[in-house]
Design a protein around this ligand. Sequence first.
Ligand SMILES: CC(C)(COP(=O)(O)OP(=O)(O)OC[C@H]1O[C@@H](n2cnc3c(N)ncnc32)[C@H](O)[C@@H]1OP(=O)(O)O)[C@@H](O)C(=O)NCCC(=O)NCCS
Length: 140
Amino acid sequence: MSIVIREMTIQDYDGVLALWRTSEGVGLSDADSEESIARYLDRNPGLSFVARDGEHLVGAVLCGHDGRRGYIHHLAVSESHRRQGLGRALVERCLSALRRDGIGKCHIFVFAGSQDTSAFWKSIGWTQRLELIVMSQYTR
Ligand SMILES: CC(C)(COP(=O)(O)OP(=O)(O)OC[C@H]1O[C@@H](n2cnc3c(N)ncnc32)[C@H](O)[C@@H]1OP(=O)(O)O)[C@@H](O)C(=O)NCCC(=O)NCCS
């Protein structure tokens, strides 16, 4: 593989959205509009990445932090490029960027029941938090 991983910019948006749309396990919402992603990248410089194989965008991950903890969202690798270490490499880039920013721990949200995805995270060293549930509310 001649894969290049580099920081995501908003110019990557169309390709990244196309990858997310075809990736099971990535839940999209109004928070993924071009405007929202541009704001996210501005607020979290140097933390989100894309992987390219030549012309083709084959991986993407959003990462940010709130000053205390890091959060990874929407990790996706093209089906054609899975099981070659690319998912792990993208996550490692995020963790290393978080460390550089002084952030000591990172969280992810995984859809309950997606066993392949859970197996991926566990196999790269992440711990499932059985004592926590996620709760949400709209601000409007
Ligand atoms: C999850 C995903 C990003 C993994 O990407 P990937 O590049 O294939 O992952 P890697 O090759 O780095 O895998 C690292 C290890 O994770 C484990 N793993 C990866 N995919 C797995 C699967 N489908 N089932 C079980 N274990 C898996 C393996 O142990 C693998 O190491 P190995 O190939 O040497 O056995 C990819 O399958 C994907 O895009 N899925 C759809 C979107 C998604 O679910 N994203 C996560 C949102 S939280």
